[in-house]
Design a protein around this ligand. Structure first.
Ligand SMILES: Cc1cc2nc3c(=O)[nH]c(=O)nc-3n(C[C@H](O)[C@H](O)[C@H](O)COP(=O)(O)O)c2cc1C
Length: 173
């Protein structure tokens, strides 16, 4: 059975990306899909400086090994400055070797409703560095899609199962 690792890429304690990730986890659970979530808030993060993996701390090495154990990924990316956050890019800088030639879905969470193409940077980085192909649709959310700490908008809620369908189809080959 294929294993998915979800990356929750926001460090905000009130993260909306984490809300979308939680919704995605519920959908994976309802389908009995094997998954683990790597919430970057739980890690002692280090910056990439080009050292060998063995010279990073245990959390970064554990993150690498978890990503390596996956067949596919779901990246939850907060949009910062029309791109992925630096934290997500930094994780990929350190762990790109663990992602090689796998498949990924994307949860792209922004403040405004016109930052959809920010996920293009993540698609490029994943593809050009690690040969990771990403599936469509991308689940895009913005401030207006949330109420009382929940993802309430119908459109992104409906896209989560569709994105998972596309991911599992690619993994099934
Ligand atoms: C440094 C910074 C840059 C941001 N840049 C954008 C942006 O370019 N476009 C946008 O729509 N929202 C932008 N936002 C808003 C975030 O995408 C929004 O707060 C989102 O909820 C962040 O995800 P999180 O709640 O999971 O941390 C930015 C926020 C920060 C802190």
């Amino acid at each position: 059975m294929s294993k998915i690792v979800i990356v929750q890429g926001s460090l905000n304690p009130e993260s909306k990306t984490a809300v979308v990730v939680a919704q995605t986890e519920m959908e994976l659970k309802s389908r009995n899909i094997d998954f683990e979530t790597l919430d970057l808030r739980a890690l002692d993060l280090q910056f990439c400086d080009g050292r060998n993996l063995a010279d990073y701390n245990e959390d970064m090495q554990r993150a690498y090994r978890l990503l390596e154990s996956a067949d596919g990924f779901i990246f939850g990316m907060p949009v910062y400055c029309w791109s992925m956050s630096g934290v997500v890019k930094n994780l990929i800088d350190i762990t790109a070797g663990a992602l090689e030639n796998k498949i990924a879905g994307i949860l792209c969470n922004a403040g405004g409703n016109r930052s959809f193409m920010s996920s293009g940077d993540l698609i490029n980085v994943l593809y050009y560095e690690s040969g990771v192909m990403t599936v469509h649709p991308i689940v895009y959310t913005s401030y207006d899609d949330f109420a009382d700490g929940l993802l309430v908008a119908e459109k992104p809620r409906a896209k989560i199962p569709t994105m998972i369908d596309a991911l599992m189809k690619q993994l099934a080959g």
